[in-house]
Design a binder for this molecule. Structure first.
Ligand SMILES: *[C@@H]1O[C@H](CO)[C@@H](O)[C@H](O)[C@H]1NC(C)=O
Ligand SMILES: *[C@@H]1O[C@H](CO)[C@@H](O)[C@H](O)[C@H]1NC(C)=O
Ligand SMILES: *[C@@H]1O[C@H](CO)[C@@H](O)[C@H](O)[C@H]1NC(C)=O
Ligand SMILES: *[C@@H]1O[C@H](CO)[C@@H](O)[C@H](O)[C@H]1NC(C)=O
Ligand SMILES: *[C@@H]1O[C@H](CO)[C@@H](O)[C@H](O)[C@H]1NC(C)=O
Length: 464
């Protein structure tokens, strides 16, 4: 219901030529002359449906008071909206597969983020078209009305879906809790002996997706990475960054930076920083201590791009497989050019890769972040192609595999302190989309940052 209602809102504002601003912080609504401004809160929290209902009512009031001649938007936009509606209906169907309880939080994270992205997109198109074409007027009012009716119909449809989902989620919840009690009956396996740095214990659970949003460049960019710097330079504490690979899913040439999470969500004030010499390969890059670290394009080298001076350091990673030799894979396919996966944790900077000498099995190296030299390395027995990705927390490597289109599983750990490895972990987490192109742990907020088939997603981790 909320999906469609939000879309009604978008459609109504849109057709009225009213500017809609999606803001990270302040909920607000106002009417000034014949313009309506709505700030929509897009945050990690539960879906603000009460506020939303108010906004919806406001939009209804606006359309009642504005006369027909103000419907000036070209017919193209209506097509776009129709497509958008169809897409939304599909998304609701997708939601059906993704529920595992906690109805409103799940509805909210998907809907509000996707809608923000689409709203922004529509507004951009509106601005472009608005300046070009003011021709279509009165006879489109009927069409607008028809579409509004359609939206209302869909809204009804969705209301029933949500109710159905609620029922499904209750059933799932029940089966989950019986599964959990079965799990509790089996002995819990691993206790890290790492002293000091990781007082918060071992990883026991990954939350449901905490936020998810289409990346700022669109659905065709299936590979990318994002996050915030765990060791930021002064003044850059609130920055969020995003990189994408071009349509070949191999090559990246810039980093997009936003000064806050709110700006990141609302696409405002992006700053693109382009590499001067070495471009990036694969989506294993990360930001650490005001530098971006990545696999240099077409080379068995690591690159360090200084975000302030924009200088690039490039250093060979000895024996590392590159150019798709040892990528991460699922059973059916591989994530292209994922040979070198940079990682951060409480202990600093790491790179995960594989070597021929270690038979294509995962090698872990802790790096000196200044000169990219290897401080220490560990050979594991995990065949790199059998994992879909990996990250580190407190010197422990966690590797994931694809269980299904909806669920990824952390199945393997390697503790660099003790050299102990296990592959019987079964920490599962829900995916927003089937593919996982990037995972990194940020020790500053202790969250996982994931890039999943063009969506940027974050998760909370639970330790005990
Ligand atoms: C819209 O109009 C109705 C009836 O006039 C009123 O009760 C409601 O508060 C208005 N909504 C907003 C958000 O102004
Ligand atoms: C609006 O809907 C009515 C009934 O469904 C239909 O007869 C009419 O052609 C539609 N008008 C436009 C402009 O789409
Ligand atoms: C890993 O294996 C390679 C190849 O056998 C070997 O040269 C290297 O010394 C090993 N590294 C460690 C840290 O054991
Ligand atoms: C890292 O490299 C820099 C520059 O070569 C050096 O000054 C520093 O001592 C190194 N740090 C460690 C921990 O080895
Ligand atoms: C993940 O696993 C499911 C179930 O085995 C499979 O259908 C799907 O294709 C896999 N995903 C990828 C990207 O291989």
């Amino acid at each position: 219901m909320y999906t469609m209602a939000l879309f009604t809102l978008a459609a109504a504002f849109f057709l009225l030529g009213i500017s809609v601003r999606v803001d990270g912080n302040v909920p607000h609504r106002a009417r000034v002359g014949e313009r309506c401004y709505c700030d929509l809160q897009a945050s990690h929290g539960t879906f603000p449906w009460r506020r939303f209902a108010q906004l919806h009512s406001l939009s209804g009031n606006c359309s009642r008071t504005l006369s027909a001649k103000q419907f000036k938007e070209p017919i193209d936009i209506i097509g776009v909206i129709e497509q958008g509606l169809q897409k939304l209906a599909e998304r609701i169907n997708e939601l059906e597969e993704e529920y595992d309880g906690d109805l409103y939080s799940i509805v909210s994270f998907r809907i509000i983020e996707i809608e923000s992205a689409e709203l922004t997109d529509l507004i951009r198109q509106l601005q472009e078209l608005n300046s070009k074409n003011q021709e279509y007027v009165a006879d489109h009012v009927v069409k607008v009305q028809n579409i509004t009716n359609k939206v209302n119909e869909l809204e009804e449809y969705d209301r029933f879906k949500v109710i159905k989902e609620h029922r499904n989620s209750l059933i799932l919840k029940r089966s989950l809790s019986s599964c959990q009690s079965a799990l509790l009956a089996t002995p819990t396996p691993y206790v890290s002996s790492k002293p000091g740095t990781c007082s918060f214990g071992k990883l026991i659970r990954v939350s449901n997706p905490k936020s998810s949003m289409l990346n700022h460049f669109g659905t065709s960019y299936r590979y990318g990475s994002w996050g915030m710097d765990p060791l930021p330079a002064p003044g850059k504490e609130d920055q969020y960054w995003l990189t994408i690979l071009s349509s070949s899913n191999r090559y990246g040439n810039k980093i997009r930076v936003f000064s806050s999470y709110g700006k990141f969500l609302t696409h405002s004030g992006p700053v693109d920083i382009t590499f001067k010499t070495h471009n990036a390969q694969g989506s294993g890059g990360i930001m650490y201590n005001d530098a971006y670290y990545y696999n240099c394009y077409n080379l068995d080298h690591l690159c360090r791009f200084d975000m302030t001076t924009q200088e690039i350091l490039s250093v060979k990673l000895p024996d590392a497989g590159f150019n798709d030799k040892f990528p991460y894979c699922t059973v059916s396919s591989c994530y292209g050019y994922s040979d070198m996966d940079l990682a951060t944790d409480e202990n600093g900077l790491w790179v995960l890769y594989a070597t021929e000498g270690n038979f294509g099995n995962l090698v872990i190296s802790q790096l000196n972040a200044t000169d990219l030299s290897i401080l220490q390395s560990w050979n594991t027995t995990l065949y790199k192609r059998s994992a879909t990705n990996a990250f580190l927390v407190c010197g422990i490597v966690y590797a994931t595999r694809n269980l299904s289109s909806e669920v990824e599983e952390i199945f393997y750990i390697f503790d660099t302190t003790t050299g102990v490895e296990r592959n019987d972990l079964a920490i599962r987490f829900r995916k927003v989309l089937p593919g996982i192109q990037y995972i990194n742990y940020n020790p500053r907020d202790m969250m996982l940052y994931v890039y999943s088939d063009a969506y940027v997603v974050s998760y909370n981790l639970f330790f005990a």
